[in-house]
Design a protein around this ligand. Structure first.
Ligand SMILES: [Zn+2]
Length: 155
């Protein structure tokens, strides 16, 4: 029943931490690899735990997840200091979305290699304006991002 996990790990590409964009692209590659490994592991267990109908549904939703999750691109790199940068990216939030969401990833150089620190997405509620569009007083800050225009997101 248990498959050889080590054989799945053989395909993982070497990371490149030499600059902010390469570090982010390496992370996206490993993240994509991790999703496909999880899919393989799931498919082994699912045979034992799920009905055929549930397996079919699960395969479709996982396939959709994999397809949309990797439509992202780097649009700009804002070097804050020799050791920190903010990388602006665009990504599709879900399959079939017709607009890319604007996001930004904070990266930091640690011992001469770049690592990802946190990610923010343009606030869904105010679209980055920071103001509350649901009140007459437009100067009132957005209830979601408290006026920042950005909200934290998972990497
Ligand atoms: Zn907001």
């Amino acid at each position: 029943m248990y498959m050889d996990i080590a054989s799945l790990l053989g395909n993982i590409p070497q990371p490149d931490f030499s600059n902010p964009s390469k570090a982010i692209e390496s992370y996206w590659r490993i993240d994509k690899e991790a999703v496909s490994i999880k899919m393989e592991i799931d498919s082994v267990f699912n045979k034992y735990y799920l009905t055929d109908e549930a397996i079919k549904r699960d395969q479709t939703s996982t396939k959709n997840f994999c397809e949309y999750d990797h439509k992202k691109r780097i649009v700009n790199i804002d070097e804050q200091s020799p050791d920190t940068a903010i990388v602006y990216i665009e990504e599709l939030r879900f399959l079939g979305a017709d607009e890319f969401d604007k996001c930004r990833i904070y990266v930091r150089k640690i011992y001469n290699e770049w690592r990802l620190e946190k990610k923010e997405r343009v606030c869904f509620f105010c679209q980055g304006t920071g103001s509350n569009k649901h009140t007459a007083n437009k100067k009132e800050p957005c209830h979601n991002c408290l006026g920042a225009g950005w909200q934290e997101d998972y990497l």
